[in-house]
Design a protein around this ligand. Structure first.
Ligand code: G6P
Length: 615
C-alpha cells in the first residue's frame, strides 16, 4: 500500500520526485523518502509524516540526478518513523518496496548471522541486505549483469508481495525493479524511463505505459526498458497509451479533491454510459461494455466480490440486476469470500468491483473463483490494473482518476457499470422485452442531469453540518436499495469525520438497534417515495416516539416526511430506478461538510489508504 517511483534519464530534480510522490500519496502517507544518485554518490533524505515533512529536506538533495527513487509509506512492519522510512541502504544497494515480505524473520536471522546490521524494524531492509549479499556472491560479468543475477537469486528466496525500486552505486545509470503481487507500471519518454506504483504518478511525463506482470524483473535505462522473467528469459510486450490528463488530477479550484470528485458524479456516470447505450435502438452495446466474450446466455448466477465503497455499490446493484435478469446475485466482501467453500462453476459469473483494480482481498477472491472454474469479470476504474489482468473480461468504469482517499465518484461510475451489466444480461437472455429495455435505457440517460441538480443541495447541507458535527454517534437507516446507500453514507461519515456511525436496514431497527434510540441519538433516514416508502415512514415514527432526532432524506416537496423530520433534505423528483444515484449525493456531501467543519484531513483521513494491497 505504499507508493514507489523511479527515474532514469537526462536528469530529474528533487521536485520531480516530490511531485510524482504527491500523485501517489493516496497509497500511503505516514512517512516518505527519496534517493538520488549522482557521480558524487547517493544522497538519501527521509522524513516521518506526510510529504510536506520531506519537502522541508529537499534542499539537502542534489539539484539534479540521472537516477533516483522515491517512496511514500503506509506502515505494515515498524512504526512510521524516519528510520523505518524507505529507501533502505546496504552497501552499494539502495532499495524501496511496496508489499510485505512474509518470511523476513528467517531471512533476518540468516543475515544477522552473516554480520549485517539492521537499522530499521521493517521487512524491507531484509531485501536490501539480501540483495547486497547476493551481489557480493556474483563473480561473473559487469556490475549490471551481476545485479541482474543477484536479483534473480533474491526473488527466489522471498515469500510475500513486492514491487521494488532499486539503485546500485556501481551502475550509476541504471534502475532496477522486480514485481510479485504488488502493482508496478513502467513508462517511457524521449531519453527517460520511469517506474511507479500507478500511472497517476507519471501522466505528466508520459502517456506510454506498460504494466509489469508478476515474476518480472525490469532494467530501466535512459535508452529503454528491458523486462525479463524471474527465470531469466527476455519478455517483450507493447506499451499502451492512457488518455488521462494532468488536469484530471488537479483540484480545479475546489478546496479538496473530495469535493471536486463529488461534483464529478454526473461526469463519471455520463462517461461510463457513453458508447455503451444506443439510444436509437434502445439497446446495450455489449462490446463497448467489455462483456461480449462472456457466455452471458448460459450463466445461472452472479457472484460479486468487492471491498469498502465498491462493496456497497455492488450490494446496491443486486436489487437492480435481479429485477431485470431474474438471475440470483450474491454479493460478498472479498476478504470473507475467500474463506467460504466455493460453489462456483462455469455457469457462474464472478464479478470483481474495484476502483483501484489492486485491492489484495478482491484480487485473491477473483483468482480463487477463476481457479474454481468460474467466468470472471473485472469492473475497475484504473486501466490495465492487476484485477483486470486476472479476469476473463474487463469493463472499465470511466470516472477518471480518483485522488481523494474516500471513494465518491467511482461509486457512481461503478453503480452505472453494474446497471449496464444487468441490462446487458437481460438483453442477451431476453429477460426484458424490447420496450422494457428501451424504457431503462431512456431512464439511464437522465441520470447525469438529475444528479447535477442534486448537487445543488451542497450549500444547504453545509449549513446542516453545523448542527451535526459535534455528535459522537449517528445511525443511518434505509429499506431496499436505500439500505446499501445508508451503509455507504455511514462509511463515508466515519472514515472522514471519525464520528461513529452505523447503518441498518430500516426493518431491522426493531430487532435491536432501536434500544439505542433516545433524545441523544440522531438518525439519518433515507425515505424517498419508493415501494417501501410507507414502511420506512412507520420506522421513522418509531424513532420519533422514542425521542430520536431525525434527519430525513426524501424527495422534494414531501410535506409528510418534512413534518416528521427535525431536518429534511429533498432531492429532485426521479424514477425509482434512478433514486439510489440521487440519495447518495446528499450523503457524500453530508460526510464531506461535517469533516470540513470538524477540521479533519478530508482527502487523506487518518489510518487509511486508497488502495489496500495487503490482506
Ligand atoms: C480502501 C479505500 C476505500 C475503497 C476500498 C476498496 O479501503 O479507502 O475508499 O472503497 O479500499 O477499494 P477498491 O479500489 O477495491 O475499490
Amino acid at each position: 500500500m505504499c507508493g514507489v517511483i523511479g527515474y532514469v534519464g537526462r536528469g530529474a530534480s528533487p521536485a520531480f520526485f516530490l511531485n510524482a510522490l504527491r500523485r501517489l500519496e493516496y497509497r500511503g502517507y505516514d512517512s516518505a523518502g527519496i534517493a538520488m544518485l549522482t557521480a558524487d554518490g547517493v544522497v538519501i533524505q527521509r522524513a516521518e509524516g506526510k510529504l510536506s515533512q520531506l519537502e522541508r529536506k529537499l534542499d539537502n538533495l542534489p539539484a539534479t540526478a540521472k537516477v533516483g527513487i522515491g517512496h511514500t509509506r503506509w506502515a505494515t512492519h515498524g512504526k512510521p518513523t524516519e528510520n523505518n522510512a524507505h529507501p533502505h541502504r546496504s552497501g552499494p544497494i539502495v532499495l524501496l518496496h511496496n508489499g510485505i515480505i512474509e518470511n523476513y524473520r528467517q531471512l533476518k536471522e540468516m543475515l544477522v548471522a552473516k554480520g549485517y546490521e539492521f537499522l530499521s524494524e521493517t521487512d524491507t531492509e531484509v531485501a536490501a541486505h539480501l540483495l547486497h549479499d547476493e551481489y557480493k556472491n556474483q563473480t561473473q560479468g559487469n556490475p549490471e549483469e551481476r545485479m541482474r543475477l543477484a536479483l534473480r537469486e533474491v526473488v527466489k528466496q522471498l515469500k510475500g508481495a513486492f514491487a521494488f525500486g532499486i539503485l546500485c552505486l556501481d551502475t550509476p545509470e541504471v534502475l532496477y525493479a522486480a514485481k510479485l503481487g504488488s502493482p508496478l507500471v513502467v513508462g517511457q519518454a524521449e531519453g527517460e524511463s520511469f517506474l511507479a506504483s500507478g500511472i497517476t504518478a507519471l501522466v505528466e511525463h508520459t502517456r506510454q505505459f506498460l504494466v509489469v506482470e508478476d515474476h518480472e524483473l525490469v532494467v530501466l535505462k535512459s535508452t529503454g526498458i528491458e523486462i525479463e522473467h524471474f527465470n531469466g528469459y527476455a519478455v517483450s510486450r507493447p506499451f499502451s497509451k492512457v488518455e488521462w490528463s494532468v488536469a484530471m488530477m488537479e483540484k480545479g479550484g475546489y478546496r479538496h479533491f473530495m469535493l471536486k470528485e463529488i461534483h464529478e458524479h454526473p461526469q463519471a456516470i455520463a462517461q461510463t454510459l457513453n458508447g455503451r447505450i444506443q439510444r436509437d435502438s434502445g439497446t446495450i452495446n455489449i462490446a463497448d461494455l467489455g462483456v461480449e466474450k462472456l457466455p452471458l446466455k448460459s450463466l445461472s448466477r452472479l457472484q460479486i466480490v468487492a471491498c469498502g465503497t465498491s462493496f456497497y455499490a455492488a450490494s446496491l446493484s443486486k436489487y437492480f440486476i435481479e429485477s431485470v435478469t431474474h438471475l440470483p446475485v450474491e454479493v460478498d466482501l472479498a476478504s470473507e469470500y475467500r474463506y467460504r467453500t466455493s460453489t462456483v462453476n462455469a455457469q457462474t459469473l464472478v464479478v470483481a468491483v474495484s476502483q483501484s483494480g489492486e485491492t489484495a482481498d478482491t484480487l485473491q477472491a477473483i483468482k480463487s473463483a477463476r481457479a474454481a472454474g468460474a467466468q470472471t469479470l473485472a469492473i475497475v476504474n484504473v486501466p490495465g490494473s492487476t484485477i483486470a489482468h486476472a479476469c476473463h473480461a474487463e469493463s472499465l468504469t470511466k470516472a477518471g482518476p480518483e485522488i481523494g482517499v474516500a471513494s465518491t465518484k467511482a461509486f457512481a461510475a461503478q453503480l452505472t457499470d453494474l446497471y449496464l451489466l444487468g441490462l446487458a444480461l437481460a438483453q442477451e437472455r431476453q429477460a426484458l422485452s424490447a420496450s422494457e429495455l428501451r424504457g431503462y435505457v431512456d431512464e439511464l440517460v437522465k441520470i447525469p442531469s438529475l444528479v447535477e441538480r442534486a448537487l445543488g443541495l451542497s450549500e444547504s447541507i453545509e449549513k446542516l453540518a453545523n448542527r451535526y458535527h459535534q455528535l459522537s454517534s449517528l445511525l443511518f437507516i434505509g429499506r431496499g436499495p436505500q439500505w446499501p446507500v445508508a451503509l455507504e453514507g455511514s462509511l463515508k461519515l466515519k472514515e472522514l469525520s471519525y464520528i461513529h456511525a452505523e447503518a441498518y436496514a430500516a426493518g431491522e431497527l426493531k430487532h435491536g438497534p432501536i434500544a439505542l434510540i433516545d433524545e441523544n441519538m440522531s438518525v439519518v433516514c433515507l425515505a424517498p417515495r419508493d415501494a417501501y416508502y410507507e414502511k420506512t415512514l412507520s420506522n421513522i415514527e418509531e424513532i420519533k416516539a422514542r425521542g430520536g432526532r431525525i434527519l430525513a432524506i426524501g424527495q422534494e416537496n414531501d410535506a409528510q416526511l418534512a413534518a416528521l423530520a427535525d431536518d429534511y433534505i429533498g432531492i429532485p423528483e426521479c424514477s425509482e430506478t434512478i433514486l439510489p444515484f440521487m440519495t447518495t449525493v446528499p450523503l457524500h456531501l453530508f460526510a464531506y461538510w461535517i469533516a470540513v467543519r470538524k477540521g479533519t484531513d478530508v482527502d487523506q483521513p487518518r489510518n487509511l489508504a486508497k488502495s489496500v494491497t495487503v490482506e
